[in-house]
Design a protein around this ligand. Structure first.
Ligand code: ATP
Ligand code: MG
Length: 250
């Protein structure tokens, strides 16, 4: 069922899609999404997202920008099913994420979504190889496929020569590339990245973006990421700007 996206919607063309006009179906649609948080103690509500509409199409590289505290991470968490909206709809691969229970969302997420964080989130005592292998184990990928898949993913991010290094023996850019290998290992169709280049210098940030561009084609993945960096935004297919809980109109 979920695999319709791979079967029908993933294109073999290296061209990223920037709009829906070619007839392709979005992998994810967000309509009228609102998210509020209760003020601790005071009884009021902090309205962070006030009506978000967006769609992600196959093989897009989409970026979210906006001032600190504008709600980018909040939205990314909703897109990945880590959190649910107070109002509105989120449809991911034809499944209503806004209505699905925790178990259902976890099941879909494990199979179809990969996450990358600013701080890499690697297991410090495990090597690059073992970190990627752990992701496969968590996703329930059969053990017989691990060796081939770990090798492939670490090659994709240019780390064949660093496979047995542990995180503290790697540079920031290398650690982030292990995190990318880890996030794509189970072949998700959506990669969500929260400020993946924020802790990197501009050269390492550019390397990460180049890896993102490569994996969109080779792994047939859609990427949605947040960033504050205008140089990084230049390589996006589409940039959404968050202003006062909504997207600014272009
Ligand atoms: N679980 C929560 N409970 C209460 N308030 C929250 C929660 N999560 C986020 N917020 C509030 O929502 C607002 C948006 O936070 P969010 O982390 O989404 O911002 P952001 O755009 O990612 O900012 P940054 O660029 O600094 O990462 C903030 O004011 C934050 O305090
Ligand atoms: Mg954030």
């Amino acid at each position: 069922m979920i695999n319709w996206a791979r079967a029908a919607n993933r294109k073999t063309s290296p061209e990223p899609q920037t709009q829906s006009t070619d007839g392709s179906k979005p992998i994810l649609t967000v309509s009228g999404v609102e998210r509020s948080f209760p003020f601790t103690g005071a009884g009021g509500q902090l309205h962070v997202l006030k009506g978000i509409d967006m769609a992600l199409y196959p093989l897009q590289l989409v970026m979210l920008k906006g001032r600190s505290g504008s709600g980018k991470t909040t939205l990314l968490n909703l897109l990945g099913g880590l959190d649910q909206p107070n109002k509105g709809e989120i449809i991911f691969l034809d499944q209503p994420f806004h209505k699905a229970g925790d178990d259902k969302r976890t099941q879909i997420r494990r199979k179809e979504i990969g996450f990358i964080f600013q701080s890499y989130a690697l297991m410090p005592l495990l090597s690059a190889w073992e970190n990627v292998e752990l992701a496969l184990r968590m996703a329930g990928v059969p053990r017989s496929q691990w060796k081939q898949r770990v090798t492939h993913c670490l090659e994709l991010v240019g780390l064949s020569k660093r496979m047995h290094h542990r995180p503290f023996e790697l540079s920031g850019g290398e650690q982030q590339r292990v995190a990318i290998a880890k996030a794509i290992a189970h072949k998700p169709c959506l990669l969500l990245a929260d400020e993946p280049t924020a802790e990197l210098d501009s050269q390492m940030g550019a390397q990460v973006m180049s890896v993102f561009r490569d994996i969109i084609t080779t792994e047939q993945v859609t990427i949605c990421m947040t960033t504050h960096d205008p140089t990084i935004m230049e390589v996006a297919d589409h940039v959404f700007e968050m202003v006062d809980g909504k997207f600014a109109s272009k």
